[in-house]
Design a protein around this ligand. Structure first.
Ligand SMILES: O=C(CO)COP(=O)(O)O
Length: 157
């Protein structure tokens, strides 16, 4: 068994206006598009980000304003992971494909890992995305627990 990192936590306040990342693998894009269309009004209250192909399709088909990063296999998952570390993403909706392999599987795993590290809520399918988007937390200021990075660093120096 590995020794658990002794990480203290602190609080991060998340605004009612969330920074939401939308991502789908190719076979799941039509499902994410259907979900985004159903929740268009709720999503329009938030600031939306997406990986390259997903974001372009979603904004073209819904008219929503979405900041599109690089396409996933070209680094988009890693860009989102970096944004999570920088507290620039509050919610991740990632319809990843459980039935097909992707070339950038390590990046997918890294994105899901860093979302867990920074205590970001993640929806991986329609059911979990429905729970997330209808939660009162989506439209209220909330406090979430996050790793106390400053303390972590000071103890290491
Ligand atoms: O591959 C992805 C996530 O792992 C998504 O990338 P695209 O939105 O560019 O298809």
């Amino acid at each position: 068994m590995h020794k658990k990192l002794d990480m203290k936590s602190t609080t991060r306040t998340v605004s009612p206006h969330k920074q939401v990342a939308l991502v789908a693998h190719d076979h799941c894009k039509s499902e994410l598009l259907r979900w985004v269309k159903e929740h268009r009004d709720a999503l329009a209250h938030h600031q939306l980000f997406a990986t390259g192909t997903t974001g372009n399709i979603l904004s073209r088909e819904t008219g929503l304003s979405i900041t599109s990063l690089m396409s996933g296999p070209m680094g988009g998952d890693q860009q989102l992971g970096a944004m999570i570390c920088e507290k620039k993403i509050d919610v991740l909706v990632f319809f990843w494909d459980p039935l097909s392999a992707v070339p950038h599987d390590p990046d997918v795993k890294a994105l899901l890992r860093i979302a867990a590290v920074w205590n970001i809520p993640v929806a991986i399918n329609r059911a979990s995305a429905n729970y997330l988007i209808t939660s009162p937390m989506m439209t209220h200021e909330i406090d979430i627990e996050v790793p106390d990075y400053d303390k972590y660093l000071s103890e290491r120096l």
